[in-house]
Every structure is written in structure tokens, then in C-alpha cells.
Ligand binder design. Structure first.
Ligand SMILES: [Zn+2]
Ligand SMILES: [Zn+2]
Length: 107
């Protein structure tokens, strides 16, 4: 039988989670021992996988590009590889404002 372990302090948390969790969904859980927050998901009941999520413990998110189609849709999207949070970035910086010089005939 597999238990849930805190990825930070290795505390066995198998008794701290209810058995109402659904598989393949990522849950945030705060370790009662070291008070760090981590992500776990259930692969097959009652086994767990857990991973560190530093960004939920005061560190920065680790945003990475998302590949998908259509490209335009994902162009400005970034997903944190640790907690899975997605954001839309503003690329106003890389946007060139091109002015079209219209010839005015009204002279
Ligand atoms: Zn812990
Ligand atoms: Zn994150």
C-alpha cells in the first residue's frame, strides 16, 4: 500500500487526506508537519504522487511555454511547471506599433 508523503519533509500524510479524492486531478495540500504546500495527485487509489511546488511556498512560478494549436492561442500563454497555473502574458513590449503613413490628398 502506498501512502502520501510530503515531498519536503517526507512526513507520511496518508492518514491526513480523505478518500474522496478523484484520480488524475492535482490537489494542493499543506503539510501539517512542515507547513509547506505541495501538489499531489492520485494515480490509482490509494496511491499518491507528490511533487514540490516551490511557487506555493513563496518562490516564483516557473512559467514555461505551452505548445499547442492554434499557435496564436498559445503564443502568450505560460504554464507553471510546478503548480500548473496558467497565465496570459502581455507582450506589449515586443509589439511594434507600425504607423501607416497615409498620403493626404487634401492639400
Ligand atoms: Zn512536510
Ligand atoms: Zn507555480
Amino acid at each position: 500500500m502506498n501512502d502520501l508523503y510530503c515531498p519536503y519533509c517526507d512526513e507520511n500524510l496518508g492518514n491526513h487526506v480523505d478518500d474522496c479524492y478523484e484520480p488524475n486531478i492535482e490537489y494542493e495540500h499543506e503539510c501539517p508537519r512542515c507547513s509547506k504546500i505541495f501538489i499531489f495527485e492520485i494515480e490509482y487509489y490509494p496511491s499518491f504522487t507528490s511533487r514540490k511546488a516551490d511557487c506555493l511556498n513563496g518562490k516564483k512560478h516557473k512559467y514555461e511555454k505551452i505548445l499547442g494549436y492554434p499557435k496564436e492561442f498559445f503564443k502568450n500563454k505560460r504554464r507553471c511547471s510546478m503548480c500548473g497555473k496558467e497565465i496570459i502574458i502581455n507582450d506589449a513590449k515586443g509589439k511594434k506599433e507600425e504607423k501607416v503613413d497615409g498620403n493626404e490628398h487634401g492639400k
